[in-house]
Structure formats: structure tokens, C-alpha cells
Design a binder for this molecule. Structure first.
Ligand code: ADP
Ligand code: MG
Ligand code: MG
Ligand code: MG
Length: 722
């Protein structure tokens, strides 16, 4: 969930008194790190996922399922292997907000070979099996976005009761006991307390109940005058949800800024596609996603900041929670789509400008720093701003947005990264792997074909709300950028060029430098990436999409070394064409199906664009199969042929014999739903509506890697840190 500092947390009063101190030094630290790292070049593509899991305990006799408050014990065991062999483990495990949650990532990031797509699902399966080995027979590790009865009576094992009146309680929730907050690190309870204290009252999360024929109003606990609202009152309701995130390393800061921008408009789209959480506190709701829940669950804004009373003690009105969709683009191409006024402190912004930060990045950082620290450790108060970055990370890691722009950590081999954060956790490893591989491929296509998805921030915000509506994936429309003809032409041209070059090279020396960018001249070595060129054989096709920035379109030899403020020279031709278009025609309302599968004369479709990119790559059969089954799954879900997890869960509830048309997900329904999910994730239960027929990965065992690839992967130092 963010930075885990060691030490003793300060009280809220002490923390509050140091807010400006953290701000001042955090900004200095950013300025210093920027100058140390802004010219860093030639990092290769690396990427990795994060999956969060809930530990469920089944009581088969009573037919009840509860969350098992076991994360701390499990982590102690899971981390043993890492402690013994930090570089050799295949997975890494970290705490999350819930005492029933854990977060797993691959032991090392994946890299720039197409063959790496074969490893994701197997690694996810390995993680699941690794945890399962530590569990009792009646326990199960599940990648569900929300536990449907989280906050309903007796939802934890062991049982714990909320203590709303206890001044020592961190959450003081009516529903979510402090025991359900991860006990092994003070960060989680401290954040809970400080967010509540800063706000001046408990957080308030409001969801419309799904009104069925016999829904009883007011819903239990509904706020006065809002009888159809399911009210949730604790950070745990949001931060206790699971998600699927992925992080990419860019070749340099310019590419990172560009990827951040291009992926931002895709966040609501991917949220709608991955919708998986329609049930809260035992009620079916009108929402399919966790996003607004988690956003409200850490909304520390005061009444003044929320605009409920006139400004007096506070500096600004603030439009959004610190957990929300991004507020501004970072690349020069994105600048004109920053159509929502950014709130920030002028003096902080000026200090960044005087510190040599360009306008777009300065306003981004100044905007992050409108937030006060809500968690500070005594050992971390005094820092060396030339070396440390903790104060910067303190604020950065408590701005939980759809995208995160991650600077390289101090003294590490890691480059500029971008994190994609909107997706909901899916039931099966297959689905999670499909989503991850799809997004990684999309980044390669964006860079190679110089695609432009930029959409005004106000419209992206609107899409975020649309995405969470019931069955948005099949029913709603989203603002999406119409592609100019040149996008398709450019894609076709790039593909033809790559193929021609592949043929020519194959004829001359039997080798090919497949850089994965689909452009003929973009191999990594021109970017200072000194990796050996790979023979055109199984799975070694490289996809360091950064090679493309020295594209044929702008004629520069190394477009990617441009400075942070002008790195946009590539893709310029598309922008010209687009700005010539009527702006209001540029953005159209498209369905998820049209966005993914295409709409004639409007947009070629994300899946066809990826397929076209893949055609320009030499991909071995195994890898091709792996990717194809993921793409087929995604195109079918987008087309509505397969339903989202959220829709499937609703159907499970509505068709359950115990369901009383009253929106209530009883203990029995919850139990049966989770049992069925367990069957799906173990591959024992076939759910054609969710996964179709025959979507079963070949990677049957946890260690399975197609033999032909093993050698190649070993040779290429798969996943090795530089
Ligand atoms: P956070 O919780 O701050 O988002 P994590 O460490 O939990 O970060 O997850 C980061 C993800 O990034 C993991 O999947 C990891 O494998 C991946 N990763 C690690 N190093 C790199 C790198 N150099 N480039 C890209 N991704 C990386
Ligand atoms: Mg996490
Ligand atoms: Mg993490
Ligand atoms: Mg993360």
C-alpha cells in the first residue's frame, strides 16, 4: 500500500505540526532527485504485476465464510525464503491494509522478451500455491476484489467486534473492527486514525443499494434522508479491497511521462472491463467497482476543503480525495488536455520552477503536495535532502491515483517507472495474467505506433464514474479519442516496414534485431541499450518499445534522449492531423466493445492494434498461443460475450435459492459464492459465462516453461536486475 517506514509513529498532533516540514523537505528532495536522475537513459523494458489476496476461512458445517485474520503469521513464513535468498525467490510478499490480506509480486520483474508473457500466469499460480501450502484445509487464498460481507456481522475469524465508542480504536467504525487492520506494521492503524482526525470525523462511503422488488428501505445504517444508501464508515472498506497493479520501466523520463499520459485515459476503460466488486457489507449495490469506495475511504479533506463550509483555517478547496483519478498530464502533448484547474500552493510551485523543474512536472508535484502527511515516524523527521527521499515518498505514496509516476529509488539500478493502478483483481490467474499481458502489450503498441489516446482530464473523470456503473462494460459509453486516419496508416506502414526489414535481414544474415517496436530502425542499441541483438528464434523477440522514439517520422537519430520538456517530437505528425480535426469531433462516446474491438472510421480497436503489432514480430508458437488466448478472452469480455466478474457475481446472488429479492447477500449466499469462486480458481468449476470454454492455460504446473524457451530465457538473463 505504500512506503513502509521503520520506527515509531508520531501522534496526530505531532504529525500535523510537522506537515509543512515534510512538505518543504519533500519538495527539496524531489528537486534534488530530479537533477540526479533526469538524464538517466537507456533503461530497458521491465515490468511486474502486484496481486492482492484475501484469506478466507470456510466453516463448512455452518456454511459460513469469513475473512481469516492470518496475514501476519503467513507473511512471517512467506518472507523467510526471501530473507534467506533475496535475489533467488520467485515471489515477494508484502503486507496490505487488511489483517486478512497479502500482496504478492514476482520475485523479479519480467523483461523485454515476448517469451516473458509465458511466465506471468505460471508465476501467479506459483504464488497461489505457495500460500496455499501454508493454509489449513478450510482456508483459501482468493484474489477477489472485495469480500462480499466485509463489515457485516461476524465477518472475521477469529471473531472481533467493532468498538465505535472506544477512544483508543483507530477506526471507531460501527462495522469494521480494528482487529481486521494489519497489526504487524504501525502504518495502517496510524493512517486510519490520522485520516479520521484530519477530516474531523469518520470517513463516509455512500453506495446506492441495488433496489430489488423486496428491498427494505431504509437500508440498515442508512444516513438520515438517504434511505437507499449503504453506508460504510471506515478506511478498511476501501483499503481492505484487492486490486491488480502493474509497473513498467521506461527507457528514460520522457518516455515515462508519455506512457503515464497515454495510459491515463485507459484507466476508466480497464476499470470497466475488470469490474469485480458489486457487493458491500452484504448488500448488492448499484456499483460494480471498488474505486469510489476506496477513494472515500481515505478522504481526509476537511469540510472546508470539501466546500461544505467557507474557507477559514485551510488554504484550498480540494476537488478530490487523495485516492482518485489523476488530475494532470505530464507530457507536452498532454498539456492542452489539462482542462481541469489544478489546485496547488503557488509558493511550492515557484520553488519547483526555481529548482529547475518544468511547468508540467512542477504543477504535478505541487498538486501532490497539497496533501498533508498522514503518517510520520519519529526516526524519519530529520533527513538529508541531498540523499534521502522519504519525505517525498511520504506524500507521493499517500496520493493513490489511477497512475503513478515513480522516480528511480535512491542508489538503485531501477529507472523511471510508471504504475497502472485502476484494475480490479480477477478470480483466476488466467484472467489476471490476461489483463497484465494485455496492458504491457498496449504500452508497446502505444510507443511503436505512436498512438494518441489523450482525452481531456474532465472527460477521463467522467469516464471514471461511468466505469463503475452496474454492467458498464456492456451498457455504458465512454469518451474516447477518435483516431485520425493517420493512426491506422501509421500502424500499417510501421508493420510493413518491420516486415520488410525482417525479410531483408533474414535474407542477408539470417538474423534480426527485433526490438518489438514494429519500426524498422528502432533497435535498442541505438538508444544506448547495449544488449546483444537476438537471433530470430523462439521467444527472443524483444519488445523494448523505446527504440521507436527515434522513429522514421521525425528523422532524429535518438528522439528518446530529448529533455523532459520537449520529448514529444515523436508522434508530432499525429498531433498535427488531430488538431486539424474539429475538437468536438475528436472525442466520441464509444462502448467498451468498440474501444477494444474497433468501430469503422472511428477507432481500429485496441485488440486489433495489438494483433497488428504482433504480426510485425517474430513470435514463437508457445508465446503466440499464450498471447492469443489472452487476447481472445479480452475481446470476448469487451464484446459482452463473456461477462465481467461483477456481473457474474450479481447473477450468482440473484439466482441463489436463498435470495429473497431484498438485495441482501446472506451468510449462506456469501458462502456458496465464495465456494464457487474457489472452484473456479482451482480449475474445478467451469463457468462458461465468465471464462468461456477451453480457456485453460497450457501452463499446468507452477514451474512450466516451454522447454524451447528455457534456454533462451536463461541466456537472456530473464528478470535479472541490472
Ligand atoms: P508498489 O507497492 O510501490 O507499487 P511493489 O514493489 O509492490 O511497488 O511492486 C512493484 C512492481 O514493479 C513489482 O511487480 C515488481 O516486480 C516490479 N518491478 C520491480 N523492479 C522494476 C523495474 N526496474 N521496472 C519495472 N518494474 C519493476
Ligand atoms: Mg498493494
Ligand atoms: Mg506493492
Ligand atoms: Mg503498487
Amino acid at each position: 500500500m505504500g512506503l513502509l517506514s521503520e520506527g515509531s509513529p508520531l501522534s496526530w498532533e505531532e504529525t500535523k505540526a510537522l506537515a509543512d516540514h515534510v512538505r518543504e523537505h519533500g519538495v527539496n528532495q524531489f528537486i534534488n532527485l530530479y537533477h540526479r536522475l533526469k538524464d538517466r537513459q537507456g533503461d530497458i523494458l521491465k515490468w511486474g504485476d502486484e496481486v492482492e489476496y484475501i484469506i478466507v476461512k470456510f466453516d463448512d458445517e455452518q456454511q459460513v465464510a469469513r475473512v481469516a485474520l492470518r496475514a501476519q503469521d503467513l507473511l512471517a513464513e512467506l518472507n523467510e525464503k526471501e530473507l534467506a535468498d533475496p535475489k533467488g525467490v520467485k515471489s515477494l510478499w508484502r503486507p496490505e491494509y487488511g489483517a486478512y490480506m497479502i500482496e504478492g509480486t514476482p520475485g523479479k520483474p519480467f523483461g523485454g522478451l515476448m517469451a516473458h508473457f509465458n511466465l506471468v500466469e505460471a508465476n501467479m499460480r506459483y504464488r497461489r500455491e505457495e500460500v496455499t501450502e501454508l493454509l489449513a484445509k478450510d482456508e483459501c487464498v482468493m484474489s477477489i476484489t472485495n469480500f462480499p460481507r466485509l463489515g457485516a456481522p461476524n465477518f472475521t475469524y477469529p471473531l472481533a467486534q467493532p468498538r465505535p465508542e472506544d477512544p483508543l480504536s483507530s477506526a471507531r467504525s460501527l462495522y469494521f473492527p480494528d482487529e481486521a487492520i494489519f497489526p504487524g506494521h504501525p502504518r495502517f492503524k496510524t493512517l486510519t486514525r490520522n485520516i479520521r482526525k484530519r477530516r474531523g470525523e469518520k470517513v463516509s462511503i455512500k453506495l446506492k443499494v441495488f433496489k430489488d422488488t423486496k428491498t427494505k428501505l431504509p437500508v440498515e445504517g442508512a444516513p438520515p434522508g438517504e434511505p437507499d444508501v449503504v453506508l460504510l464508515d471506515a478506511m478498511g472498506f476501501g483499503m481492505g479491497c484487492c486490486c491488480l497493479q502493474l509497473t513498467f520501466q521506461a527507457c528514460n523520463i520522457t518516455e515515462a511521462r508519455r506512457l503515464y499520459d497515454q495510459l491515463a485515459p485507459l484507466c476508466p476503460i480497464m476499470l470497466a472491463l475488470t469490474a469485480a466488486s458489486p457487493i458491500y457489507r452484504g448488500y448488492l449495490t448499484e456499483s460494480d467497482c471498488r474505486w469510489n469506495v476506496i477513494s472515500s475511504s481515505v478522504d481526509c479533506r476537511t469540510e472546508e476543503e470539501r466546500g461544505l463550509v467557507p474557507l477559514d483555517k485551510q488554504k484550498f478547496r480540494i476537488a478530490k480525495s487523495r485516492y482518485d483519478s489523476i488530475d494532470s498530464y505530464l507530457s507536452p502533448e498532454g498539456a492542452k488536455y489539462n482542462d481541469v484547474p489544478l489546485t496547488y500552493d503557488e509558493t511550492v510551485y515557484q520553488r519547483l520552477i526555481e529548482g529547475g523543474i518544468d511547468h508540467l512536472l512542477a504543477q504535478h508535484v505541487a498538486h501532490l503536495f497539497i496533501r498533508d502527511t498522514v503518517s510520520l515516524f519519529s526516526e524519519k523527521v530529520h533527513q538529508n535532502d541531498n540523499e534521502d527521499t522519504d519525505h517525498f515518498e511520504n506524500i507521493q505514496s499517500t496520493n493513490w491515483q489511477t497512475m503513478r509516476f515513480k522516480p528511480p529509488p535512491p542508489n538503485s539500478s531501477i529507472g523511471w517507472r510508471v504504475e497502472f493502478r485502476p484494475c480490479e483483481a480477477q478470480i483466476s490467474d488466467f484472467e489476471n495474467a490476461a489483463i497484465v499481458c494485455f496492458v504491457v502489450l498496449l504500452t508497446r503498441v502505444i510507443l511503436s505506433y505512436q498512438l494518441n489516446f489523450l482525452t481531456p482530464i474532465s472527460k477521463v473523470d467522467e469516464n471514471m464514474q461511468t466505469a463503475q456503473k452496474r454492467d458498464a462494460c456492456r451498457k455504458e459509453k465512454f469518451w474516447f479519442r477518435k483516431s485520425s486516419k493517420t493512426t491506422e496508416q501509421r500502424a500499417a506502414k510501421a508493420q510493413a516496414q518491420a516486415q520488410a526489414q525482417a525479410q531483408a535481414q533474414a535474407q542477408t544474415n539470417g538474423k534480426n534485431s527485433l526490438n518489438g517496436n514494429g519500426l524498422a530502425n528502432g533497435n535498442g542499441s541505438e538508444n544506448g541499450d547495449q544488449e546483444e541483438q537476438q537471433p530470430l528464434t523462439n521467444g527472443t523477440a524483444k519488445m523494448n518499445g523505446h527504440g521507436n522514439t527515434n522513429g522514421t517520422t521525425n528523422g532524429t537519430t535518438n528522439g528518446s534522449t530529448n529533455g523532459s520538456t520537449n520529448g514529444s517530437s515523436n508522434g508530432a505528425d499525429s498531433d498535427h492531423t488531430d488538431t486539424d480535426d474539429e475538437e468536438n469531433e475528436l472525442f466520441q462516446l464509444l462502448s467498451i466493445n468498440e474501444i477494444f474491438n474497433g468501430k469503422p472510421n472511428v477507432f481500429p480497436g485496441l485488440v486489433p492494434l495489438i494483433r497488428s503489432y504482433l504480426q510485425s514480430m517474430e513470435v514463437d508458437t508457445d508465446t503466440h498461443c499464450t498471447i492469443e488466448q489472452y487476447l481472445r478472452f479480452i475481446e470476448k469480455r469487451a464484446a459482452g460475450e463473456l461477462i465481467t466478474t461483477a456481473t457474474w457475481m450479481r447473477e450468482q446472488v440473484l439466482s441463489h435459492p436463498d435470495y429473497k429479492q431484498d438485495s441482501v447477500v446472506s451468510e449462506r449466499i456469501n458462502y456458496d459464492l465464495l465456494k464457487r469462486i474457489q472452484g473456479i480458481q482451482e480449475g474445478k468449476q467451469v463457468e462458461p459465462a465468465l471464462l468461456g470454454q477451453g480457456y485453460h492455460s497450457k501452463t499446468k504446473t507452477k514451474d512450466f516453461i516451454p522447454p524451447a524457451l528455457q534456454k533462451q530465457l536463461a541466456k537472456n538473463g530473464c528478470c535479472e536486475e541490472k
